[in-house]
Design a protein around this ligand. Sequence first.
Ligand code: NAD
Length: 264
Amino acid sequence: SYGLMEGKRGLVMGVANNRSIAWGIAKALADAGAELALTYQGDALKKRVAPLAEELGAFVAGHCDVTDETTIDAVFAELEAKWGRIDFVVHAIAFSDKDELTGRYVETSRENFRKTMDVSVYSLTSITARAEKLMNEGGSILTLTYYGAEKVMPHYNVMGVAKAALEASVRYLAVDLGKQAIRVNAISAGPIKTLAASGIGDFRYILKWNEYNAPLKRSVTIDEVGQSALYLLSDMSRGVTGEVHHVDCGYHTVGMKAVDAPDI
Ligand code: NAD
């Protein structure tokens, strides 16, 4: 801990279990002295999130399904009642029907397109609008994206289109909130084996491909994403907004399969 987040309070959304990227970020924040609130999606996850929250001395701000505005309002009402103001929000939320995270993008249904965009893109805007009201001394908002926003990745399909829209949202929100010293950034994380990732077709192959071809020759961990998030959520990055920061062992810099990479 560097005491970087001493005196800061904020919300972390998207912890499903101890493999979640949001959990890696929450641990890094707590280590650095931040006070945290966590949300969970539905009763099934409540049982997993409650003990994790306790581990960090975090407060559980309740159930939140981002497709239901009343649950978002309830969480922010809890935060306002408890703290009055907040310094940061982590948005680590995405969803798409796993039947459409395989095969061809062209076959995406209208219904799943809408659902994917609603949960994975609009939710950041909806949450930012609430957070803004509690960030009267400035703040930092962070979301999670993936390289499939920039380049076509096998099976990522509609989620890649959603992440492109999410990254554009980061830039528009950064401009809207900049005057109030509220910053909005994204981390583009390399592939990590989480619950959400297990829905993506051939995920193990994608992970291996990254390990063979990323400059650091391995995949990134949730703790490493957490440490990078600490920079974007703390005053260390006070001059940074509207940015998509890659935490991917350098994978996005590479233009071709490594000559020494084994065939997989
Ligand atoms: P995860 O399954 O641990 O987390 C996903 C979270 O989204 C869960 O906590 C789930 O409850 C939440 N969620 C889904 N639908 C929701 C809804 N309607 N309302 C509220 N919450 C909802 O997986 P993760 O990989 O840690 O995912 C976190 C973020 O990181 C996602 O945005 C994901 O796209 C992104 N990301 C993941 C990877 C990876 O390889 N795992 C890489 C880059 C970016």
